[in-house]
Write a protein that binds this ligand. Sequence first.
Ligand SMILES: Cc1cc2nc3c(=O)[nH]c(=O)nc-3n(C[C@H](O)[C@H](O)[C@H](O)COP(=O)(O)OP(=O)(O)OC[C@H]3O[C@@H](n4cnc5c(N)ncnc54)[C@H](O)[C@@H]3O)c2cc1C
Length: 462
Amino acid sequence: MANAAAAVEQLRSTLLGDVVVPGDAGYDAARAIWNGNIQRRPAIIARCRGTADVAAAVRCAREHDLETTVRGGGHAVAGYALCDDGLVIDLSEMRGCRLDPTTPRVRVEGGALNADVDRETQRFGVAITGGIVSHTGIGGLTLGGGIGHAMRKFGLTIDNLVSCDVVTADGEFVVASAQENADLFWALRGGGGNFGIVTSFEFTTHPLGPTVLAGLLLWPMDDAPEVLGFLREFAASAPDEVGMMGNLRLAPALPIIPEPIQGTPVVALVLTYMGDPDKGMAALRPALELGEPAVNNVEPKPYVMHQTMFDAALPHYRHYYWKSHKLGPLTDDVTGVVIERARAITSGLSSIALFTFGGAVARVPEDATAFPNRDASHDVNLVASWLPDDPEADRHIEWARASFDALTPYSRGVYVNFTNDDTDDRIRSGAYSDSQWQRLVDVKQQYDPTNFFRGNANIRPD
Ligand SMILES: Cc1cc2nc3c(=O)[nH]c(=O)nc-3n(C[C@H](O)[C@H](O)[C@H](O)COP(=O)(O)OP(=O)(O)OC[C@H]3O[C@@H](n4cnc5c(N)ncnc54)[C@H](O)[C@@H]3O)c2cc1C
């Protein structure tokens, strides 16, 4: 701890932002992340205010040989943002966004959340692909790829990335773009936080909103074979403008869910028309005419509101554990397993999410970024969740693991942002292709040869 004490003194005299240590009034709040199941006690939390603070924190960590993690939005289920006894370089006060209406590109600080970006871009009638929960960090989300309602129309979040301001493992500042440090720019688009700390992202934007046609259709679980069969066909035939995802769970006690259905197994489709709402109704009609949904709240609504629809279901500080696969088309075999695992769910807070790829995602060449399997049809996320005092936590975790095992025969790899306790081998061969992995290792060797940035789905230098 001697080096930590000296580091605290150094950081307090050099940083603009606060330096929080155990015993400080704000310490427990500063070390709390989304997944309440992760409890770690860093020696120092450096709440950076800009690139100068981040660079000073990196240099200080190196000088005092401190284990270091980087915190963006704090959403990684594995708790990558935190370490025990080391230094957390915390970007959560760096949430500024600025849209340049003349380009129109948006500059986003490294600790911004989806909500920050949506708010600023929507003011100007544009959007980027963000995640489906408004409090997810744009930093981690982007560096892993970035999937969401808009991806079939606008591509992954990384497909909209123009440049990054980066603090490297030796505390230097570089810009990464197609023109400058192109190898680093390639690796940052899917390789996670392995190569440096991005203090600012620059994205292209697309006209959208402020109103979109979007919402939820929900049926009893008995209808799931038909609904998931429909999702398979719709994914293949719907225009790029249609974002779609499936969700299977016990119906939550929300005002939009009729009381008799609450607590019963249900299947839902979440639909988003990423274009003129007047044209959306025709595109969404096949889904709207499917069976007799118990809930249909597909209607014109503010895009920013739609972007928060999952917030209440996935709040901060509850306990979570998840496992995930990319999948090919939803064959009857796959949907059979998904439905069987949904029926076996052990917690009213757990769920199975089925993101749907296609459209613009699939049109980007595989080697253009470090995001593989762009031709995958879906991503399944098996999300176990429970209250902190639930004595059945192990049973809920076991449900996610058994569900993961049951779907393993159909796996097309793993989305790196949905990794959790995955093995090194699964990250190497599941999250990347062989050629992508080799290229990532080469860039890692060049920019971070000592593996300073290892609080992530780690890519070791060779
Ligand atoms: C409720 C919920 C909903 C989600 N929904 C989606 C979704 O719709 N689409 C999707 O693609 N993903 C989604 N995710 C996954 C999400 O993309 C990852 O968890 C991602 O890592 C979150 O980034 P963060 O900055 O919030 O997390 P953190 O835990 O702070 O960071 C995650 C990793 O990224 C690194 N990192 C973060 N910011 C930076 C930065 N600026 N520079 C360098 N490294 C950085 C961290 O060091 C860490 O390794 C969701 C996650 C949750 C919990």
